[in-house]
Structure formats: C-alpha cells, structure tokens
Design a protein around this ligand. Structure first.
Ligand SMILES: Nc1ncnc2c1ncn2[C@@H]1O[C@H](COP(=O)(O)OP(=O)(O)OP(=O)(O)O)[C@@H](O)[C@H]1O
Length: 262
C-alpha cells in the first residue's frame, strides 16, 4: 500500500469561529489528478488552503506525505499556485525573477542561484511557453500569461505535489492550452495534482477524479462526468445538488474539443 500524498480525516475549519468546512475526508495518492469542483463560496479554496496549513483546522487531521501536517517541513515538495494576484499588484519583478523565487525553498535563501536553479527556471518557462518573456516585467503580461508565470514558478521548484486554485479563471484559451500541456507533462512524470476548477475545460482529459464541495462538505466524489454528447450510463449513484452546474461546465468545454492538441 503506497503512502498517501494528502490524507484529510474529518476536517473542520473556518474563519474567526465561523465554520466553513465540516467533516471533510479526502485521500490523494501519488500520481492522482484530483479536481475540486463546487459553487462559489462552497469552501473549495478554504479546503486547499487548510491542507497547506494556511487556514488552521478546528477539528480532524491532515497528513502530508505521511507526516502529520503540524510537523511537516518538506514544503519544497509542494508547489502552490494561488488564485490570481490580479492586475495592479505593482510588483516590478521580471518573469524570470518571479519564476526563480520558486527555487527558494529548494536552495535556501542564503545561497546564490546556481546552474541548476537557472536551468530549472528556463525549463519551467519553456514548459508554459513563456521563455521568450523571461526578461519582461510581469506587469506587462496578460492575465493568462501572469497565471502561466505562477505555474512556472511552482514547476521550477520541482514539486511532487502541485496545488492550483482556479488556474483557468479568466484566462485566455491559448494560456489554458499551454498550461494544460504543462500539467499533462507534470502528471506524465508521476506528479500529483490537486486543483480547484470552475469547469474542467482543456484539463478534462487529465482529471482522474472529481470532488464536489457543497456547503463545506464533500457532496460527490468520483470520475469526471462524461463530456456533453457522451451518454454512457444513465446516471451516477450519487446525485449531488450541483449536477447541473458541472454539466454546464462540460457543455462549455465541448465545442472546443476538436481544438485540443494532445
Ligand atoms: N480569509 C477569509 N476570512 C473570512 N472568511 C473567508 C475568508 N476566505 C473565505 N471566506 C469565506 O469562506 C467561505 C468559503 O470561501 P472559499 O473561498 O473557500 O469558497 P470557494 O468555494 O473557493 O469559492 P470561490 O469559487 O468563490 O473561490 C465564503 O463564505 C467566504 O466568504
């Protein structure tokens, strides 16, 4: 039996005494690609931020790579792409500098970057199709390109687990395709992915399991729903309140199916 990458048992968590997540249990094994779906405000971001230790848990337990989260120290094994920074973050850094910051946990802040760091930065930028922008200020990039820069920063750290919070939100189709390809390569090399998504979009072929959060609980867990046009089984065992929402996402994706390049 292989060790879980993420193990969540009976988790409760929230903010200022207001409980958002209630009795959430989740297990992510090495190589899994898990999409967390659900309506706005259902608690998807809170779930992944609690897993990462950014929100304190009020009950339950979390293990990361077999270690209880409070004792976990190997943060370089985890790459995290938060929701978009948003335009006007005012950071004057170049694309290369932002991606290089993803190496800090690997090399330690008191060592100068070496050849391995520079190589990792260039590889990660190549992976998301932005190597030609390495010396440009991030502020001059489109929202989608900035999002790809954040994904490159996470990839540059050579993590075993990638956690992404709505990487597709408001991102142009070219950027979505570019990082779908990057994530596909990451998963193809055995990487584990947990990502919050509004719709499966171009990532659909990559998703092994979907977890639907509703009102702070996991309402459904299983393989991704079939794309529109497929009518395999009449219906799933567990119907959840957001079935229509998930299908709506799939419908939006379906027309671009032929445009996929992998
Ligand atoms: N830092 C915070 N402080 C207080 N309340 C918060 C904080 N972050 C989120 N919340 C609240 O927790 C609830 C769940 O929010 P969360 O961001 O986890 O939902 P979500 O499913 O990720 O939604 P979205 O798709 O809109 O990002 C919401 O009611 C939200 O207002």
């Amino acid at each position: 039996m292989s060790m879980s990458v993420v193990e969540v048992r009976h988790l409760a968590a929230g903010y200022d005494g207001r409980e958002i997540l209630r009795d959430v249990s989740l297990s992510v094994s090495p190589g899994d690609v898990v999409a967390v779906l659900g309506a706005n405000g259902s608690g998807k971001s809170t779930l992944i931020r609690t897993i990462l230790g950014l929100v304190p848990l009020s009950r339950g337990e979390i293990e990361l790579f077999g270690t209880p989260q409070p004792r976990f120290r190997q943060w370089a094994r985890i790459g995290y792409v938060p929701q978009r920074l948003g335009a006007g973050s005012g950071v004057p850094a170049t694309v290369g500098e932002v991606v290089a910051s993803g190496r800090l946990a690997r090399r330690g802040i008191f060592r100068l970057p070496g050849a391995a760091d520079r190589t990792a930065v260039r590889e990660a930028l190549t992976d998301v199709g932005l190597l030609d922008r390495i010396n440009d200020p991030v502020a001059t990039l489109s929202g989608g390109q900035q999002q790809r820069t954040l994904i490159a920063r996470a990839l540059a750290g050579k993590p075993d687990l990638l956690v992404l919070d709505e990487p597709n939100a408001g991102v142009d189709a070219a950027s979505q395709e570019a990082f779908a390809a990057a994530l596909t390569r990451f998963a193809g090399n055995g990487g584990t992915i947990v990502l919050v998504l509004h719709e499966l979009g171009p990532l659909r072929p990559l998703i092994g399991r979907t977890v639907v959060v509703h009102d702070g609980r996991i309402a459904h867990e299983g393989p991704p729903p079939e794309p529109a046009g497929h009518h395999a089984e009449p219906d799933h065992d567990h119907v959840h309140p957001h079935a229509d929402e998930v299908k709506a996402g799939i419908c939006e994706w379906a027309p671009t199916e032929g445009a996929k390049s992998y």
